[in-house]
Design a protein around this ligand. Structure first.
Ligand code: MG
Ligand code: MG
Length: 248
């Protein structure tokens, strides 16, 4: 069952998503060499309290943080820690969501700390552009796999690979709703997109092979070959006028 959101529901999701973007902006501006990933998480948690929103990931299936903070070869679901100190040259994936009066927004960005390598910079830029290519498919009458196909086609042109084990998702009054939105797949297949659908599109792109493994902490997914990985995500509404990015 895919829920189609009413205009009133969309306006709630716009609010939730704008809080996500605002808090992520603040976390990004705090991220610099010497800062722990726990300090970033604590900032997000404090801002949620002050703004009257609920951090969506805290306690979700037992996740201990508010923000998933994944460094370098970590793909997603990194756990904030006082022992993880950001250093010059790191790339940092920040994945964050909130609920506001029962409605969710979800977004992710990957940022560089200090001076990063040319390789890292390109991976981040291509992943962000890949997300844009996916969003451009979000029109009524297109199909879910058109999104993933556009992302895959673009990023593989740079020799990168698309993570298969984690995918995007519908979002609304739950953080994860149907349909699943893979970042790969055959053009013209899958569910038909309709106005009122809201999707969290979130390519995770590896510089090397697409394979990942989960560390013994039970959460952190890393690239199996320890190549760099980048992650960008937006919550996107499908409207009669085309895609509307909510998490900006
Ligand atoms: Mg997310
Ligand atoms: Mg998501």
């Amino acid at each position: 069952m895919v829920s189609l959101k009413s205009e009133r529901e969309l306006s709630m999701m716009r609010k939730a998503s704008s809080f996500v973007a605002r808090i992520l902006d603040e976390v990004v501006s705090m991220a610099e060499p010497g800062v722990s990933t726990l300090a970033l998480d604590q900032l997000a948690e404090r801002r949620c309290k002050e703004l009257g929103v609920i951090p969506a990931f805290k306690g979700y299936h037992g996740f201990p943080g508010c923000v998933c903070i994944s460094l370098n070869d970590e793909v997603v679901h990194g756990i904030p820690s006082a022992k993880r100190i950001l250093k010059d040259g790191d790339i940092v994936g920040l994945d964050f969501g909130v609920s506001f009066q029962g409605w969710y927004g979800d977004s992710a960005r990957t940022i560089g700390i200090g001076k990063i390598s040319k390789e890292a910079r390109q991976l981040m830029a291509v992943t962000q552009e890949g997300l844009k290519k996916g969003i451009e498919q979000c029109h009524e009458g297109k199909r879910v796999f058109d999104i993933g196909h556009a992302i895959q086609n673009y990023v593989e042109g740079f020799g990168y690979s698309v993570v298969r084990e984690f995918v995007g998702h519908g979002i609304g009054s739950a953080l994860h709703e149907e349909p699943q939105v893979p970042n790969f797949g055959p053009k013209g297949k899958g569910m038909v997109l309709k106005a009122g659908m809201v999707l969290a599109i979130e390519p995770m792109i590896n510089a090397g092979s697409f394979e990942v493994r989960v560390l013994s902490d039970g959460w952190t997914a890393v690239t199996a070959d320890h190549s760099l990985s980048a992650h960008f995500e937006h919550t996107v509404a499908i409207t009669p006028k085309g895609p509307e990015i909510l998490t900006i």
